[in-house]
Ligand binder design. Structure first.
Ligand code: MLT
Ligand code: ZN
Length: 467
């Protein structure tokens, strides 16, 4: 725990009221959406300027205090959890959009800008910020960059990394680095900007980001298609990709749909019960595109890959179809799910899912398993729901045992143990299934360059060396 005199010094760096130590704030700021680890930070500090962030990092170096960065706390890997007396650096007060260039189609954001605020700003200016996910109403730009957030539009627009044109970061020594300065072309050696994207705040804290914007999509139209089995989803993807530029291709199982319908506020897509559902989206730029989509749907039905389907005819229908997929995470969160977020190359998805599903049904015959995810880019979310009678610790322990077999399959398929949720604390002991010892050694060496005293988010991605 950080002692009182040291915390008093911290208060001199920011306004005293911007250092919080009351139990409610420690509880709220010390955790993310995982709820695996009880939060136990020493304090929460809310800087307003990048100079204050530098001063906080230098203070932490002087007193060997560990810092945990905190954005919207919507993470699913424990990367923003402060469970060991750390000081949380929360970016809520650095929440302004401070620049916009219509010619470059770029926007300069402070790290605490909320994703939806950025999306709305882009829209007001006739443009579009395409990285989108269910938590966009709370997640912050700094956190999105720290986790290289993905979401539901990756198939068309890629991950957060694709949209970061420049970064200002404060490293673990308090140094300010200005990386790439918004340039499109810059062949001047190592692109350090890329190292900080997805680094989970272990190398530096993002204090400003220049993000690219895109032209706004026109007349987005969604289809939800029911398939007779999992194997039919991939030919459906190929059939549609052959005809249309998809902006999304998602899937969910009947169990997922049942949870959504049980809420009572989302209409069923159609009557026919199906074991799996695909949700795809495209820009219906003209009638010809919509006709092509319908013709492809009919071909899929003739082939027996699709049992039933629906296409949105209005904004409201589009939104309602998306709710079937977007509400899943929040809806099943009440069942304390054990979440896996795995990926392989798209071509390997069917064989991969079959193997994983066999292991899971063999070892969790008594648990409810809910599959959904971004299947168009090879990312599957495997959610095991906790039965009411099991306590949390016993449930997670059983899941952890089976993880080993799941991750052995991931390794064999050269996949990732964390496609988009990050490593944090939850996946760090499994990192070796996706990264070689040589790679992990390089990552640790890079960490030592930017954060020689191990101040920034220790214990995330890999265990600290002394453990
Ligand atoms: C999603 O795709 O809904 C998000 O990654 C969150 C989740 O997996 O629960
Ligand atoms: Zn996801």
């Amino acid at each position: 725990m950080t002692d009182t005199a040291v915390l008093a010094e911290l208060m001199t760096l920011v306004a005293p009221a911007k250092v919080l130590t009351d139990p409610a704030s420690l509880q709220a700021y010390g955790t993310d959406w995982t709820r695996h680890y009880p939060p136990a930070p020493s304090a929460v500090v809310l800087p307003r300027t990048l100079e204050q962030v530098q001063a906080i990092v230098r203070w932490a170096n002087r007193h060997q205090v560990a810092l945990v960065p905190s954005g919207g706390r919507t993470g699913l890997s424990g990367a923003a959890v402060a469970a060991h007396g750390e000081v949380v650096v929360a970016f809520d007060l650095m929440n302004q959009i401070i620049g916009f260039d219509a010619v470059d189609r770029s926007v300069v954001c402070q790290p605490g800008v909320i994703t939806r605020q950025l999306q709305a700003f882009a829209e007001e200016n006739g443009l579009y910020y395409p990285v989108d996910f269910a938590s966009s109403g709370s997640s912050q730009v700094g956190g999105n960059i720290g986790t290289n957030a993905g979401g539901i539009k990756v198939i068309r627009y890629g991950m957060t990394r694709n949209w970061v044109a420049g970064l200002k970061v404060v490293t673990g020594t308090g140094e300010l680095l200005e990386l790439n300065k918004g340039l499109v072309k810059n062949a001047t050696g190592y692109d350090l900007r890329q190292l900080f994207i997805g680094a989970e705040g272990t190398l530096g804290f993002v204090v400003e980001a220049t993000l690219r914007l895109e032209r706004a999509p026109r007349n987005l139209t969604a289809m939800v298609l029911g398939t007779p089995d999992f194997d039919s989803i991939m030919p459906v993807l190929h059939a549609f990709q052959g005809q249309l530029d998809l902006t999304a291709f998602e899937f969910f199982s009947d169990k997922g749909l049942a949870h959504i319908l049980a809420r009572g506020d989302v209409p069923a897509p159609f009557e026919t019960p199906c074991p799996f559902y695909a949700l795809l989206e495209f820009e219906a730029l003209n009638d010809e595109v919509a006709e092509q989509a319908l013709a492809t749907f009919e071909r899929c039905v003739e082939q027996g890959w699709v049992l039933d389907g629906v296409m949105s005819q209005s904004e409201t229908q589009l939104r309602n179809l998306w709710k079937l997929r977007e509400y899943l995470s929040e809806t099943i969160s009440h069942f304390t799910p054990y979440k896996n977020d795995i990926s392989v190359t798209v071509a390997k998805v069917p064989a991969f899912l079959r193997e994983i599903d066999a292991v899971v049904s063999q070892h969790y015959p008594d648990f409810e398993v809910v599959w959904y995810g971004h299947i168009g880019d090879g990312n599957l979310h495997l959610n095991i729901l906790k039965p009411a009678h099991l306590d949390k610790a016993a449930f997670f322990a059983r899941c952890a045992t089976v993880n080993q077999w799941v991750f052995e399959i991931v390794e064999r398929y050269q996949g990732s143990i964390s496609a988009e949720h990050g490593v944090g604390m939850i996946k760090r002991d499994y990192l070796h299934y996706s990264r070689s010892p040589a790679e992990i050694a390089c990552m640790k060496a890079i960490k030592a360059v930017f954060d020689p005293n191990g101040i920034l988010n220790p214990g995330k991605i890999f265990a600290p060396d002394h453990q």
